[in-house]
Design a binder for this molecule. Sequence first.
Ligand code: G3I
Length: 302
Amino acid sequence: ENTLGAAAAQSGRYFGTAIASGRLGDSTYSAIANREFDSVTAENEMKIDATEPRRGQFDFTAGDRVHHWAVQNGKQVRGHTLAWHSQQPGWMQSLSGSTLRQAMVGHINGVMAHDKGKIAQWDVVNEAFQDGSSGARRDSNLQRTGNDWIEVAFRTARAADPAAKLCYNDYNVENWTWAKTQAMYAMVKDFKQRGVPIDCVGFQSHFNNDSPYHSNFRTTLRSFAALGVDVAVTELDIQGASPTAYADVTKDCLAVARCLGITVWGVRDTDSWRPEHSPLLFNANGSKKPAYTAVLDALNSA
Ligand code: G3I
């Protein structure tokens, strides 16, 4: 096969990208995105500040633009994200306690009702653990509402859209030896044991010089899958775009039956949130980089 999406489909997986609604009018961008990818994540448009700018007043304009583009072009959609400490609208940032808890539940219900049955996977909770060696939860207004905020988010989400796979999504959790990875593992294990509805774990996979790709990523994916959840690479980018590292990530997903697919976090280097890292598969002018060929070859030789 000669596109990423078609090559991934040979093993029943998808190959996706983050889409920024403001770039869809750029024909180079949209042509590559449409040709190569069969799954779409809105880079910012389905986040809390975008979808509920005022409490109880939802705005789905930008998110729908991304969703409609995806559906019109035959692509599935990953929803990103319902409960997160970052990109909260001002009204939510100032809430705490039971009022914030209610607002979180109301937000999940409002957004998931709008997209009910139309989202393959939702990142229900994003980035709830601290970096470093503590293995602790990240301090945030949501965390301060009580340690059970994550399971409440998942139970709310299951009731709101039983068709969507419900994911926990985080970064710096790809290296099996890291405390953050082990803390996330303990949470997922506990959720599965207690029947908290979680279906998948998203590994963002923002690899850079401080947090490089490590070959034990495959052990991480396998270990989580063994708990009875699907896994996915959800926001892949690699500083410098080493073809070897890109191929290795691809092979790691292909080696794990429950790895649903891979999403890269943007199309061209210039579309990246870290353009100075040149971390993606396409150059500024839209041409394929060596990393692209490495990924395509890995998908085709599976
Ligand atoms: O839209 C406004 C614009 O109106 C304003 O003039 C401009 C001035 O700063 O800001 C624009 O918003 C920016 C937005 O991207 C859209 O471009 C925000 O400042 C900027 O902070 C925001 O960055 C996003 C970042 O999440 C924020 O947390 C990145 O695009 C997005 O790629 C990044 O994605 C995250 C994932 O959601 C979660 N995992 C990590 C990943 C990378 O940080």
